[in-house]
Design a protein around this ligand. Structure first.
Ligand code: PXP
Length: 235
């Protein structure tokens, strides 16, 4: 399993003072040096954390791949095609949410997502769809021609906190297995932390975990390099 480090929170902190620190690129370099396989950054419609200049600078400067999280909008499609990151993870986006709240409804927006995927892929970009562990969404993701799905682990993470995660873990296992049987590659992310991440070993064949909040939170106390390498030890 590989680790994609989501650095949105570094930008959130920087933007709190509308200044230059902490520097997003420096954070990405530290994560890269600590062994991350990928840097993930979400360019939101409202640019509340990552800005356009951040994402272009990241693409230009990183040795490891950039995974751009984005909503399925025309604006983001255009930016992604210019940027040409290694991959794009398509997520739903609501203006008032604090963070991504659930998976993309691929069943509902199948035709739009299919066109988006094919345009991104024509530009050499791998496409991942962030979806809930739901068989119908997995099937729709396959029909859209996506390369990857990223399973939304938020419900599992919430259940883990309450000590009652078995059912949510089972849903993730079933969805991952089914997706792999269809030829999709499977990543996972959202709400993963230094405790619950161990259970991701119980899902066969996961390629990559995308983790942000818990790593950046721990970095406040131990530094980003150690926070990333501690997570890598666990996965
Ligand atoms: N994967 C996706 C698709 C996300 O939207 C997010 C949050 O931006 C993450 C992973 C990382 O979630 P967390 O910050 O809870 O680790």
């Amino acid at each position: 399993m590989e680790l994609g480090v989501n650095i949105d929170h570094i930008a959130t902190l920087r933007n709190a003072r509308m200044g230059l620190e902490p520097n997003v690129l420096e954070a990405a370099f530290i994560a890269q040096d600590a062994g991350a396989s990928q840097i993930t950054a979400h360019l939101r419609e409202d640019r509340r954390h990552i800005k356009d200049e951040d994402i272009f600078l990241l693409k230009e400067s990183l040795k490891i791949g950039l995974n751009m999280e984005m909503a399925a909008t025309d604006e983001m499609e255009e930016i992604a095609c210019k940027l040409k990151p290694l991959s794009c993870c398509i997520v739903p986006e609501k203006r008032l949410e604090i963070t991504t709240e659930g998976g993309l409804d691929v069943v509902k927006f199948e035709e739009r997502i299919k066109k988006l995927n094919s345009n991104l892929q024509d530009n050499g970009i791998l496409v991942s769809l962030f979806i809930d562990a739901d068989i119908k969404q997995v099937e729709a993701a396959k029909r859209t021609g996506a390369n990857y799905i990223e399973l939304h682990t938020g419900f599992f993470a919430n259940a883990f906190e309450k000590g009652n995660y078995k059912e949510e873990l089972k849903k993730l296992q079933t969805a991952a297995e089914y997706a792999q049987s269809l030829g999709l590659k499977v990543n996972a992310g959202h709400g993963l932390n230094y405790e619950n991440v161990k259970l991701m070993h119980e899902i066969n064949g996961l390629c990559e975990l995308n983790i942000g909040h818990s790593i950046i939170s721990r970095a406040v106390f131990v530094g980003l390099k150690k926070a990333v390498s501690d997570m890598l030890d666990l996965i």
